[in-house]
Design a protein around this ligand. Structure first.
Ligand code: 5RP
Length: 268
């Protein structure tokens, strides 16, 4: 690994803990202004100190992120479809590697849609990006997207997606936690982070999923809605950090969350 790549990877995955908490705020690229992300700068401000990196599009980076204050950025470079359109899998490359370098980001991210009619295009998009980005020592993070088919979040399918992403050159893979998650981890030779998906039934579920994913081999999370739509977004990201970086139990993390929620109530 050359110096630039090593340096960017070390900015993303903490070399001391070997773990990472990424905050995903890229949802608008196909979902528009979803709940609590109507004004991204307001959502981001209190959470920024606790995120090892943020995942955003260039539009949000330019309009809503202070260039003087932000840490590592993972730039979403795939898109071109929306919730209103005919297909969520028809993703193209919407931002060039040159633009990513100009924006001084630490990684770029693209989605792959394995098993859909757009499998070939999204996989070749990934490999093309890897070829271009590696020239600049820029890691590519592949997202194993499931579109609307949340039931695809199972080990056999995700193990296939993650392995293919790694074989094509992704340096980090973002996937979902699932039963038999070990099978997904074992088959994937690069670090894995998990998305949260739509809001879970309870906030304890978020902590449990994080704990289970990390104890079964994920390096951390790249989570959005279950953090910024939580009752206490700061409490949630702090609790997740405790699990991911400090090896806290679910009970201890729940105490971190409860403590922050109480402080937030006291401030009102
Ligand atoms: C879609 C994405 C997202 O836009 C986002 O990053 C997902 O994060 P979460 O599911 O935790 O809200 O990657 O494929």
């Amino acid at each position: 690994m050359d110096w630039g790549m090593k340096n960017r990877m070390a900015r993303l995955i903490n070399p001391e803990t070997g773990h990472a908490v990424f905050l995903a705020l890229d949802h608008g690229y196909f979902q528009g202004p979803i709940k609590k992300l109507e004004e991204p700068q307001k959502t981001l401000k209190p959470l920024l100190p606790y995120a090892d990196a943020i995942m955003v599009t260039r539009g949000i980076l330019r309009t809503s992120v202070d260039a003087a204050k932000v840490g590592p950025v993972i730039l979403r470079v795939s898109g071109g479809m929306t919730l209103a359109g005919p297909s969520l899998s028809k993703e193209g490359i919407i931002t060039s590697v040159k633009e990513a370098v100009r924006l001084n980001v630490s990684a770029i991210a693209t989605s792959i849609h394995v098993g859909t009619e757009d499998e070939h295009d999204t996989l070749t998009n990934l490999s093309r990006l890897v070829d271009e980005a590696e020239e600049f020592g820029l890691p590519v993070l592949a997202v194993t997207s499931v579109g609307r088919e949340l039931e695809k979040r199972e080990a056999r399918y995700l193990a296939l997606c993650c392995r293919v992403a790694a074989e094509l050159g992704a340096r980090i893979v973002k996937t979902y936690y699932c039963e038999d998650f070990e099978k997904v981890v074992t088959g994937c030779p690069v670090p894995l982070v998990i998305a949260g998906g739509p809001r879970m039934e309870s906030e304890r579920d978020v902590l449990e999923v994080t704990y289970n994913a990390v104890s079964r081999g994920a390096v951390g999370v790249d989570m959005g809605r279950n953090i910024f739509q939580a009752e206490s977004p700061v409490g949630m990201i702090k609790a997740i950090r405790a699990i991911v970086h400090e090896g806290a139990s679910v009970k201890a993390a729940a105490e971190v969350l409860a403590g922050e929620s109480k402080r937030a109530v006291a401030r009102v």
